[in-house]
Write a protein that binds this ligand. Structure first.
Ligand code: FES
Ligand SMILES: [Fe+2]
Length: 445
């Protein structure tokens, strides 16, 4: 595995640094991108073949021969740990007559065997044996190969890009986002939730949702008492390449909170760090409460088993930051873990997608169970099996359920003649920026 130097952001940072605000063009956001099968096919070529995506977690494949598969649109990518420890990626397509080499999500092999006629491949994707080799005028052994894709390991995750000429992952994400994600040391975490739901909406309906927080006070009222998600308290930053970041101060109520006195759950969250929230009466004191909890976590974290607080900056002790990595990797970082909230396109139906929800947590000494991200029952601190469900079959976590609850009805509305384009406030400019970058990729030849 490629090791990167551990990164620690300046300790006294109280929020992420503001980026310059680019000028947006004001492109209209057309309905066809959500509803048209022809648009989806062009998108699979012009967008999805150019971007970095996450195939899995590095610790899933520690040893040579370990592999996992990742699906994006109609492609399946085979990610294989090599004998030298690096990961290489291949399109999961047999060069004999096109069958997928494996349908397994993960495994370990000495050689891959195609299930149709039995061609064999080494870990580097080269054909090494075929039945009836003497019957070939020109034997494929040592010559035929799986088609290779770009692959990198970073942040404890395995990334791939279908375009062999793509820039590096760091070039794609930019130095600032790379550094901030490095600082979370995701490679030390364990994935305690790994669920995929079939959803009845275009994937962009879900990314649009994560590109704005305007809906939070309506769709997620239970967050109001402890996350300051109102735009006046947050910071939104647009980065080159269609990526963006949203910062949400937490351990303080949102503007809409209806009392001058701190209630639950924040009262208990403060008490857990020996802070009496009754000492903070009135909205003018709320940001002080957040700072008091940061100080207390800083002082008490190590002795209570929160070893990771030693490399957190101040804001990382309390707040949530959402990184929307173009096009679809939504990574939300919090004080004790990281969520991936990710829609993936359906191969042929623009009105459907797959929604992945991962929750990776820091290990806390003595802690065997961990709170589920934003609602749902506590989860054991151990690697979770992958579950694939239909949306609604079981909870994806309260907040994610609420987000997805709107997706089907928005998909229906966007397909109507009544849809007249978006009419968005400034705080939704991350949605606008996303669509302008999408338009650029879709317009390119
Ligand atoms: S298609 Fe793979 S061996 Fe025939
Ligand atoms: Fe939401």
């Amino acid at each position: 595995m490629t090791a990167h130097e551990p990164v620690t952001l300046p300790r006294d940072l109280n929020q992420p640094p503001k980026q310059p605000e680019p000028e947006l063009r004001g492109d209209s956001v057309t309905a066809d991108r959500y509803t048209c099968a022809h648009y989806l096919q062009r998108e699979l070529r012009q967008v999805w073949r150019q971007v970095w995506n996450i195939g899995g977690v590095s610790y899933q494949m520690p040893d040579p021969g370990d592999y996992l598969t990742a699906e994006i649109g109609h492609e399946s990518v085979l990610l294989v740990r090599q004998d030298d420890g690096a990961v290489r990626g291949f399109l999961n397509v047999c060069p004999h007559r096109g069958t997928r080499i494996t349908e397994a999500e993960e495994g370990t092999v000495e050689r891959f065997h195609c299930p149709y006629h039995g061609w064999q491949f080494d870990r580097a994707g080269t054909v090494v044996a075929v039945p009836d080799e003497e019957d070939y005028r020109d034997s494929p052994c040592g010559k035929a190969r799986l088609k290779e894709v770009r692959c990198e390991e970073r942040f404890g995750l395995v990334w791939y890009n279908l375009n062999c000429d793509a820039p590096s992952l760091e070039g794609f994400l930019g130095a600032q986002i790379t550094r901030e994600l490095d600082s979370h040391r995701i490679g030390d975490m364990v994935r305690v939730l790994n669920i995929t739901a079939d959803a009845e909406a275009n994937w962009k309906i879900i990314t649009d949702n994560f590109n704005e927080a305007y809906h939070v006070k309506v769709l997620h009222p239970e967050l109001i008492p402890y996350i300051a998600a109102d735009y006046q308290d947050c910071q939104f930053d647009l980065f080159p390449g269609g990526h963006n970041r949203g910062w949400f101060p937490a351990f303080m109520p949102s503007q809409q909170y209806g009392s001058e006195v701190i209630g639950e759950p924040l009262k208990s969250m403060a008490a857990a760090w020996d802070v009496n929230s009754d000492d903070y009466e009135g909205r003018a004191t709320w940001s002080e409460l957040r700072l008091a909890i940061q100080r207390s976590k800083r002082d008490l974290g190590a002795e209570r088993g929160f070893a990771h607080y030693a490399y957190r900056s101040d804001y990382q002790l309390t707040d949530y930051v959402i990184y929307n990595l173009f096009p679809n990797n939504v990574i939300t970082v919090g004080p004790d873990g990281v969520q991936l909230l990710r829609p993936r396109p359906h191969p042929s139906d623009p009105a459907r997608c797959y929604f992945d929800h991962w929750w990776l947590v820091n290990r806390v000494a003595g802690q065997e169970m961990t709170p589920s991200p934003a609602g749902g029952p506590d989860l054991p601190v151990q690697d979770a099996e992958h579950e694939h469900i239909a949306y609604g079959e079981k909870t994806l976590g309260t907040t994610a359920d609420q987000d997805l609850s709107i997706a089907r009805s928005q998909q229906a509305g966007l397909a109507s003649e009544g849809f007249q384009g978006f009419w968005m406030p400034d705080q939704e400019r991350r949605v606008q920026a996303f669509h302008e970058h999408l338009n650029d990729l879709m317009a390119a030849l």
